[in-house]
Structure formats: C-alpha cells, structure tokens
Ligand binder design. Structure first.
Ligand SMILES: [Zn+2]
Length: 250
C-alpha cells in the first residue's frame, strides 16, 4: 500500500488514488457497521460518496435482519449516501440455506432504493436469472448498477436493454476472462462503470496483491484496449456515468 507509514491509512489510499486521477470514489458497505462507516467518511470527505447495504453473504447470518434493514434505510436517507448496495444473490458461501433470507433482504433493498431515489448496486454471483426474476417481480429502481459484472455478452446485452449500468472490476484484465471482455465490448459507453471490489480482484500485473483505488487505471486501460476506445474518451464517459448514477460529488 502506498503512503509513508504515518497518518491515516484511509487518507493515504484516497490520496494515492487521486494522484492517479481517480479523484471520486464510492465507498460500498456490506453490513450495518461498514455502511455507517462509509456514510460517515462520505459526510466529511468531498472525494467520497457512500452506498449502504447488508451483503447477501451477511443477510442469512444476522440474528435480526429486520432491525439491520431499518438501520440501512435510515442511512439511505443521508444526502451523501447515493447508493443501496451491495445487495443481491450469492449462495456460494451460504449454500441453499441462505437463499430465503437473501431474497427477502434483496427485495427489501430494492424497496429502500426506490423509496429514497438512490442507485441499486447488485451483487450477483452465479445468480443472473434469479437476480433478473426478483427485479422483475419487484420492479427495478430507475438506476441499477451490476457490480463486478461477471456475465457473458448475452447477459450483458440483456442488462443493457434494461438500462442497467455494468461495472467492471480487475477481472477484465485476467487472461481467462474472454467472455467478460466480450461483455465489455458490447456495452455502450454510457452504461460502463469501473470498480475495484477491493481488496479483491486486483488487476494484472498485480493480481494476488491487495486491491485499492489507485490501481483502477489498469482496469480502465484494459477496458479501453478491449473496446478499441481512446483511453481519455472512455475516462470521460465513465466519469460522466458516475455523476449521473450517483449524483455530483462536489
Ligand atoms: Zn460483490
């Protein structure tokens, strides 16, 4: 991690990102504590906006999901909280036992996003069909971001048709990610976003090391190369998309 070892490590990460041109970030929560932390950071730092949620891996193991959702709803009303997520479906860790609580939590987050007019940020691990089914049943919010998009070109086309934004992580730089790059190729520039999923999914050539926002340019360059885009043009598009989806940072 960059920084000289003194001062706040979070400030050092934000500064390191700004030095590479990444001057606006969205801090995404996965439980009540991290959501509250992100909201507080956003409230005092002009470079940060927050998203708040109970992650699908967390929802099934909470003793009181309803109480946690009430806390998320209260945070979602804050002016610098602009997203509701990560929410969605993922039975990789929870197994089938987690499905019911996850789906209930996902539906509640969709309702929170709609009530507060915030972007819905979706975590979808091997659950493409079920994610779309729940969105169709509830009615998708006006703004939806498919976080760490992991589908192929067909699923990308379906998300694009629905007006969703597709957010690409460092995975797009991995040699094995041909299907993901095909998805990135067919996504209109107005619907592309980019993210870290830190500390995971560090882009090449740093795969295996902790990920952080200062490495985003590697992911953007890979996206531009795959799509045949000029890097500056793609950066401008992603920047505009971020402001449209989450609203202005400053
Ligand atoms: Zn996720």
């Amino acid at each position: 991690m960059p920084g000289d070892g003194s001062g706040d490590p979070i400030d050092a990460l934000i500064d390191a990102a700004a030095k590479t041109g990444i001057d606006r970030l969205v801090q995404v929560g996965v439980d009540v504590a991290s959501s509250r932390w992100g909201a507080e950071l956003a409230a005092r730092n002009a470079a940060i906006l927050a998203a708040v949620a109970i992650h699908p891996n967390e929802a099934p193991i909470l003793s009181d999901l309803d109480e946690a959702l009430r806390e998320i709803e209260a945070l979602a009303g804050q002016p610098r909280v602009r997203g509701v997520g990560e929410t969605g479906l993922d039975t990789f860790r929870t197994g089938e036992d987690g499905r019911h609580a996850q789906e209930e939590s996902f539906r509640a987050h969709i309702a929170i996003a709609k009530r507060h007019g915030k972007a819905l940020i979706i975590h979808d691990r091997d659950a493409h069909r079920d994610v779309l089914r729940v969105l169709d049943e509830e009615g998708a919010p006006e703004t939806v971001v498919m976080h760490c998009f992991s589908g192929d070109a067909d699923f990308a086309a379906e998300c694009v048709r629905r007006g969703f934004h597709l957010s690409f992580a460092g995975t797009v730089t991995f040699a094995s990610a041909g299907a993901l790059r095909a998805a990135a190729e067919i996504t209109p520039a107005e619907q592309i976003m980019v993210e870290t999923d830190a500390p995971y999914l560090t882009p090449m050539p740093h795969r295996g090391r902790p990920n952080a926002s200062y490495l985003i340019p590697l992911t953007v360059r890979a996206l531009a190369e795959t799509r045949g885009d000029d890097v500056d043009t793609l950066c401008a598009a992603i920047s505009a998309n971020g402001e449209r989806v989450f609203g202005p940072w400053r």
